[in-house]
Design a protein around this ligand. Sequence first.
Ligand SMILES: CC[C@H]1O[C@@H](n2cnc3c(N)ncnc32)[C@H](O)[C@@H]1O
Length: 474
Amino acid sequence: MVRDEQLTESELGRIAESLRDDWPTAQAVDFEESVEYHGSLPDEKRFAHVLESADKPLLQPRAGVPRLDKQVELLTHLWEEGGADLLPTTIDSYTRDNEYAKAQEGLDEARESGEDTLNGFPAVNHGVDGCRELVERVPGPIEVRHGTPDARLLAMVTFAGGFQSFEGGPISYNIPYTKSRSLAETIEHWQFVDRLTGLYTEFGVRINREPFGPLTGTLVPPSIAIAIGVVEGLLAATQGVKSLTLGYGQVGNLVQDVAALRALRALGEEYLPDDVTVTTVFHEWMGGFPPDEARANGVISLGGATAAFARPDKVITKSPQEFRGVPTMEANAAGLRTTRQLIDMLIEQDVTIDGIDEEQAFIERSARSLLDSVVSLGDGDVAQGTLRAFETGALDVPFAPSQSAKGAVLPARDDKGRVRILEFGELALDDEIREIHRTHLDARAKTEGRACSFRMVADDVDAISDGRLIGRPK
Ligand SMILES: CC[C@H]1O[C@@H](n2cnc3c(N)ncnc32)[C@H](O)[C@@H]1O
C-alpha cells in the first residue's frame, strides 16, 4: 500500500536497476559520476540557484524539437532573441508514454529527412551524453517539461544528463494527462522521481521540482489548483526535495489571478517544511486561444500585466501562434518579448486594485478546506489521503480525462469573469463556501436573463478564443 514515507536507498537502487532494461541509454546512468558532472556546471546553469536568487519574475517558454542541433538552435534563439531567463526542453509525446522505440523512429526519421514528426525532444533516446551536450551548448539553465505519468527513466537520464529542474507530479501528470492510470501507481512512480531528486540534493546538486499547476488548463478553480500543488509539494518534501516551484494557470480575471498567486505562495510556505524553498510559477492562459495573432498577443499581454502585479517567481509564456499548436521559433520568442514589455512597463508603477484581499482570503479558506480533507481522509498520511480524496470526490478536477477523478465539478465564470463552481460533486467545501459560489453565479444568471446551466460552462470554455472573457449569450 502506498504511503507518504521516504523511499530507502535500497528501494531506490532496486527500482533504478529494474528500469535500466527499458532503453539502452539507461546503462550509461551512473549516480556518483553524474554528481561529479553537475559539480562542473557554472552557477549560471544551476536552475534552482538562478530561480531562487532572482529579484523579479523570470520568463520561461516551452520548446522542444527532436534533433539535438535544432534544439540547441531553438533554445539559443529563445535566449538571445526572446530574452528567456530560464529554458525548457519539452519532451515528445511518445516518450511521455514510455514508447521509446517509437520515439527512436521519429528521431531517426528527423535525422534522415529533416521532417520533425515528434512534437518534442526525445531525451531518453538522446541519452546522458546527448543531454550533456545540450546542457553545455545552450546559454542558460534548462528544465524538463513534459506530461509523463511514469517519468522514472526520463528523470534518471535527464538528471544524469545535467538537467536540474523537472516538471510534473503524481496527480498533475495523471488526472489531466491519462485515462486509466491508477493514482496509487503514479504516486509510487513520482516518489521515485522525488527521492532521486532528494538524493542528488543531499549530494550537493540542488534539483528543482515543479508540480504542474494548470491541471486541465481550462477554468480550473484556483482553490483546487492550489490544493493539488501543495499536496504534490508535501509528497515531494517527504522524499527530500528542497527546491519546489508551485504553479497556477491564469484564468483571465485580473483580481482572481493576482489573489490566487498570492494565496499559492502563502499556503505553499505555510504547509511545506521550513527547509524547503518555495517559489511560484504563473502559466499564461492555458485554455483555447484566439486564432487572430493580435488578439492572442492581447491574451499574452494580460498575462504579463498580471505577473507585474502578482510578482510570481517565474512566468511560463505563450506565443501568438498558440491556436495553431507548436509555435515557430520566432513566434515563441515574440511571446517572451510581449510578456516582458508589459512586466517592465508595469512593475514599477504603484497601482492598487480593489477586491484582491477578499478574493485571496476566499481562495485560501477553500484551499485549506480541501487540504485538510486530504490530511484527515488519510489519517495524516497524504498519500493515502490523496487516494481517498479522489475516490470520494472530496478532491476533483473539472474536465479530467482520468478515471481516477470523479470529474463531477463544473466551473463557470461569474459576472466579473472570476471562476466559480456551478456543480460541486462531493468536493470538500462546506455549505457556506458553496453558497458564496452560488450567489455569484445567480447574479450572472440574472444579468443574462438565463438560468445557471451547463450552457454557461460551455460558453465560457470558448469565450477567450472568441475574443471575450465571459461566455455571454449571443
Ligand atoms: C502544455 C500545453 C502547451 O505546451 C505547448 N507545447 C507543447 N509542445 C511544445 C513544443 N514542442 N514546443 C513549444 N511548445 C510546446 C503547447 O503549445 C501548449 O501551449
